[in-house]
Design a protein around this ligand. Structure first.
Ligand code: 5AD
Ligand code: SF4
Length: 357
């Protein structure tokens, strides 16, 4: 018998034990998380149509393929018309929500550009499409303006909750500050966004103790949504080859599954993404994540011609598939594992609703 419950997992030692599980114990942990999910939020998977509208980024995170220092990547920005077309596609295909994601940029012109987009996406969908933003660190005023225009969820990964590790995976300057990231997460929550964060599993220099701390950070911060994935090297980054020993991709994949499972058991009503990075390692990666407790999928709706240039890591899937094909295959795969798609639904985080009660 596994002595695992929301209560026993309050101990960091227990979390570390679970993260070390292999074989039958590993599977039993995932099964428990899956049962917990079915009993609390059910088997519905919510889609968020992902619009990677620009790969222009002012930051230089060591792990990321579109970091500003990578001069090999062709920079692009979708026009407003193109973005609205994609949003319309998502609306027409009953996605329920879209995610606007792009490299991190700031400034009044940019802020207003996003503001207009949010308003226009709301208009074209009769206020029906939910809007999640994933646009990095901004001032509280900017977050507030976008919220007032109609965005209601925000994803900002902490990447790691260990400040020392954070400083090893980012350039050491003011632009890449752990404290600022924390402040941003606080202001998102205060403004009223459903707030999501997450980490990468298998980063260079990361330990099991760090990952256990990450789980405690996310649960204690009381986030509404979690988006996590395995770290995957990108050839044009300083982390392509490191002097430190690395876990295999399969080990990072399994660790991510266990992270998802532990969080689902600890916070049964949270929204958790089955990330694309899981699919980059295993073609059935997202389905396996659903069976370990995840309940959200972000199908890529970025036009094909741009996808090749939004490579955060190697083997990022979907560069050659168009959004229609992806959707059909994905829906079938979801049904094969006895889940259903929540068409036309926002699928807001139940944790958020319960937190406000
Ligand atoms: N491997 C996996 N995930 C990555 N991200 C960035 N680079 C990589 C990589 N090499 C993730 C970060 C970021 C999100 C948009 O993508 O966690 O927050
Ligand atoms: Fe920019 Fe985000 Fe990549 Fe960092 S992880 S370089 S902020 S796109």
């Amino acid at each position: 018998m596994l002595d695992i419950s929301a209560k026993t997992l309050l101990s960091k030692q227990k979390i570390e034990e679970c993260l070390a599980f292999a074989g039958e114990q590993h599977q039993a942990l995932l099964n428990l998380a899956y049962r917990t999910k079915l009993e609390t939020i059910g088997n519905t998977v919510y889609f968020r149509g992902l619009i990677e509208f620009s790969n222009i980024c002012s930051k230089n995170c060591y792990y990321c393929g579109i970091r500003s220092g990578n001069t090999f990547v062709k920079r692009y920005e979708l026009s407003e018309h193109e973005i609205l077309q994609v949003a319309h596609f998502a609306y027409k295909h009953q996605y329920g929500s879209v995610v606007l994601q792009g490299g991190e940029r700031t400034g009044e012109k940019y802020t207003e550009q996003i503001n207009n987009l949010i308003r226009k996406i709301k208009q074209l969908s009769n206020n029906e499409l939910g809007i999640t933003l994933s646009l990095g660190e901004q001032t509280p005023e900017v977050y507030r303006r976008w919220f007032d225009s109609g965005a209601h969820r925000y994803l900002l990964r902490i990447e790691t909750s260990n400040p020392e590790l954070y400083s090893k995976i980012h350039p050491k300057n003011k632009q890449h500050s752990f404290d600022k990231r924390i402040k941003c997460l606080h202001s998102l929550k205060t403004i009223g966004y459903q707030t999501g964060t997450g980490i990468m599993a298998g980063l260079p220099y990361q330990t099991i103790s760090d990952l256990a701390d990450d789980i405690q950070f996310m649960t204690q911060f009381n986030v509404d949504m979690v988006g996590m994935g395995p770290f995957i090297e990108h050839a044009k980054t300083p982390f392509y080859k490191t002097s430190t020993p690395m876990l295999s991709l399969q080990e990072r994949f399994n660790l991510t599954l266990k992270m998802l499972a532990i969080i689902r058991i600890m916070v049964p009503d949270i929204n958790m993404v089955a990330s694309t990075a899981m699919q980059a390692i295993d073609p059935m990666g997202r389905e396996k994540a659903l069976l370990a407790g995840a309940n959200i999928i972000m199908p890529n709706t970025t036009p094909n011609t741009y996808r090749e240039n939004y490579k955060l890591y190697e083997n990022k899937p979907g560069a050659t598939q168009n959004a229609d094909d992806t959707l059909d295959i994905l829906t079938q795969q979801i049904e094969t594992i006895n889940h259903q798609v929540g068409w036309n639904l926002w699928g807001d985080s139940e944790h958020y609703k319960n937190r406000l009660k």
